[in-house]
Design a protein around this ligand. Sequence first.
Ligand SMILES: *Cc1c(COP(=O)(O)O)cnc(C)c1O
Length: 366
Amino acid sequence: MIKFLDLHKINERFHPEFQLKFQEFLDSGYYILGQGVQTFEEEFAKFCGTTFAIGVGNGLDAITLILKGYVALGKLQEQDEVLVPANTYIASVLAILQAGLKPVFVEPDLETYNISVSDLEQKISSKTKAILAVHLYGQLAEIDAIQNCANQNNLLIIEDAAQAHGAVYHDGRKAGNLGHAAAFSFYPSKNLGALGDGGAVTTNNEELANTIKKLRNYGTTSKYVNELVGCNSRLDEIQALFLSVKLNRLEADNDVRRKIANRYLANIKNNKIILPLYTGLASHVFHLFVVRVAQRDHFMSYTKKHLIETLNHYPVPPHKQEALIDFNHLKLPITEQIHNTIVSLPISPVMESHDVDYLINVLNAY
Ligand SMILES: *Cc1c(COP(=O)(O)O)cnc(C)c1O
């Protein structure tokens, strides 16, 4: 059986280092916002090329805290509109709602699955104040075009980089350093995954960074002094220690993902399977390798019969979910087409070479 993702195998490579870090943690007796979080924040900011990184509880909170931070700073106001790709994971949309803002769904590009800049331009109104640019499946959104659009309309650019740790833009800047602020998730299955929940915000804006540092910890400036209506969303100390270990390996792991993706792209030759568009640059870290197949259910039972586990990211778009009933009436045909046909193939830094070959053969025989 080729598992979709073998998290145990991914993390096993780090077990000896994790054990040392855990002993360090036990010895320190310091459990919340200690040296481990501070060190990881510094390392992650350096990795992304930003001045600041703030560790938070998870990816959803990272997005929410950026938006709430801008609200606290008076840069966003309740009911301001935030443009978001309609085919994203629901967390992007929930964060906008939780910050008291209004999501406006934008169609993706059918080839890259990332936000369509032409539809983006059409959806801008006088209330539009920000773009939540999601780097979906690990591929950077078209930042140059988004930036032009944002400049012309005075919009904030916030990256949802939850799937794109380490992706490099053509000008050398990394995910996390391509807008005004960026949100990361360290959910275990992400390219940089913790052994539990975790997230971070990166930014070069000192005012925003300070505000988010307060918001994540009850709005506190110093002990028992509450300046803002904050929440409790701190990156856990143990997770920060583990993440520091794994960060060292992230670029090598992303290289392996790209190598596997290139093998799929070069060798899967079946006109029933539409491969994703990939420019060949480091701007894609292949968090997921997503193909499109017209007879999706038939294809998935075929791969299952051949002991290959495939998944859908995601089977139902946010605007069709019961939780977002106010948006159920929206018509987003490209998004719906994508959701009806996409299939994610196994890809990971610990996938065996012979399994890649086997998968290619099975798919070519479909
Ligand atoms: C995983 C993910 C999130 C949410 O991260 P959590 O840590 O699970 O809260 C947000 N946006 C995208 C695109 C994601 O893939």
